[in-house]
Design a protein around this ligand. Structure first.
Ligand SMILES: [Zn+2]
Length: 475
């Protein structure tokens, strides 16, 4: 038998960072690119992104009357300069084309597309009848990170979607910006089995050029939060900078309100970190490309024939039939566990006699015999249960890790213990910097939706608190 070494060699609990890279690499989701800080998304990883795209287009783009489009990768320098806050926020990470190539023109590779999109909007939007104007694009962006990169979580080029909408009124804009973040939360819950905290970013953490940023934050097993998607109320700043205007019902020239919103391949990183275990990848069934693997035991011809029949009856679940002769069943079990196939079907001569097969669930290792006549129905039920239970398990984990701190000592202790700390906060950026320093890295993740902290004091500076926030370390 030709059996090479396989499997994850470290435990999730012991060395989380190493465990994570091994899962990404060995389950064949991703690989490192030739240029430092870049990544290759392999077919098994891209299938997860495709599942996210399909859900997104159906449940978010179509349902909100948004249209998909595509804008160029290259952005003229003068576009960046038009919105000062935006330019300042992104300038350290922008990659530029060599001027010898562009006859002296300074051309950037998009770190995000607000400026290039809004230049077009200024030509396309004329009347209140054009509004709301909603476009989404699926694309890559480049941010020349100086921080250490990590597969799916932080790379110099990544894939995402970015939505860009224009509205007549501030109220419409706000309502939609909040609606989009709620739809992001739903995507995480329904598709990826990821529970998130949903809220607003503080002054310090909001998007460069935005009035308000809303966020969904997932919490990883190593005690760090992972920002999974953001939506931004841009106010009228970009509209003014790019001369976007419309004629209202009374034929008066008006400046519109805008938002932008995005989520990226980072979500795949969250799925891996949250659900997977020491044996390798665990995927929520809804995003698993192959939901089933069938492993025949022995080389009995009748067993092989039955395995083929089972495969045919389960085609909608895109099953893999692993009938390779050079590997033992045990080796195959390990391989498909490593690659995160949600359910394994084993069938041998004795099972055939009893007109049954054994099914094994990847997430809880539950093993049970199922009559062949009810195999399809049982598998569909188990896949549904697995999807729900992964979410419930992660949700319990999240809730268990949220702690309320009443004083600074409790905050420091909680952060040290890798918890998410809820506490009252003044909202000032300098105070947030101070907290980050004193806790060795904790930042505000979000302001709880609807939170007011009347008559309460800030946990650090003791000034009047503005609201209640979550603090934690983050990716
Ligand atoms: Zn403060």
């Amino acid at each position: 038998m030709k059996e090479k070494k396989q499997g994850i060699t470290v435990k999730k609990e012991q060395d989380f960072a190493e465990w994570y890279s091994q899962v990404c690499l060995k389950s064949e989701l991703a690989d490192y690119g030739a240029v430092k800080g870049t990544m290759i998304i392999r077919p098994r990883g891209f299938a997860i992104w495709k599942a996210i795209q399909n859900y997104f287009d159906k449940n978010i783009v179509e349902k909100t009357n948004t249209k998909n489009a595509y804008f160029p990768l290259f952005v003229p320098e003068q576009f960046f300069k038009k919105e000062a806050g935006h330019a300042q926020g992104f300038s350290p990470e922008v990659a530029w084309l060599d001027k010898s190539l562009t006859q002296g023109e300074h051309i950037a590779i998009r770190p995000t597309s607000e400026t290039i999109v809004y230049d077009s909007y200024s030509k396309w939007i004329r009347s209140h009848r054009d509004l709301p104007f909603k476009i989404n694009q699926w694309c890559n962006v480049v941010r020349w990170e100086t921080q250490a990169t990590k597969l799916f979580i932080r790379s110099r080029e990544f894939l995402w979607q970015e939505g860009h909408c224009v509205y007549e009124t501030k109220e419409q804009c706000k309502k939609d910006t909040i609606n989009y973040i709620k739809l992001y939360e739903k995507l995480c819950r329904e598709l990826l089995a990821i529970p998130v905290l949903i809220g607003e970013k503080t002054e310090k953490e909001k998007f460069a050029g935005a009035e308000k940023t809303y966020t969904i934050e997932a919490f990883m097993p190593d005690g760090k939060a992972l920002q999974c998607g953001t939506t931004h109320e841009l106010g009228q700043g970009f509209a003014k900078a790019f001369n976007i205007s419309f004629l209202d019902k009374n034929e008066k020239q008006q400046t519109p309100w805008q938002n932008s919103w995005g989520l990226s391949t980072r979500l795949i990183g969250a799925v891996i970190m949250l659900h997977s275990d020491d044996k390798g990848l665990i995927l929520p069934p809804k995003v698993a490309e192959n939901k089933i693997v069938i492993v025949p035991i022995g080389e009995d011809k009748k067993v092989m024939k039955k395995a083929e029949e089972i495969k045919k009856s389960l085609l909608s679940l895109n099953p893999i039939l692993d009938n390779r002769k050079e590997y033992s069943p045990g080796w195959k079990f390990n391989e498909w566990e490593l690659k995160g196939i949600p359910i394994r079907i084993e069938i041998g001569p004795r099972d055939l006699e009893k007109k049954q097969a054994i099914i094994v669930r990847r997430d809880n290792n539950e093993k049970k015999p199922i009559k062949l006549t009810s195999l399809k129905k049982t598998i569909n039920t188990e896949l549904k249960k697995m999807q729900e239970e992964l979410f419930e398990k992660a949700k319990k984990q999240l809730e268990k890790n949220i702690i309320k701190a009443n004083n600074f000592k409790e905050l420091v202790k909680g952060i040290k213990e890798k918890k998410i700390i809820q506490s009252n906060f003044c909202g000032y950026a300098n105070c947030e910097d101070e907290i980050k320093e004193k806790t060795k890295g904790a930042t505000t993740r979000c302001i709880l939706f609807g939170s007011k902290a009347k008559k309460k004091k800030c946990i650090n500076c003791k000034k009047d608190a503005k609201y209640s926030v979550y603090f934690s370390k983050s990716y």
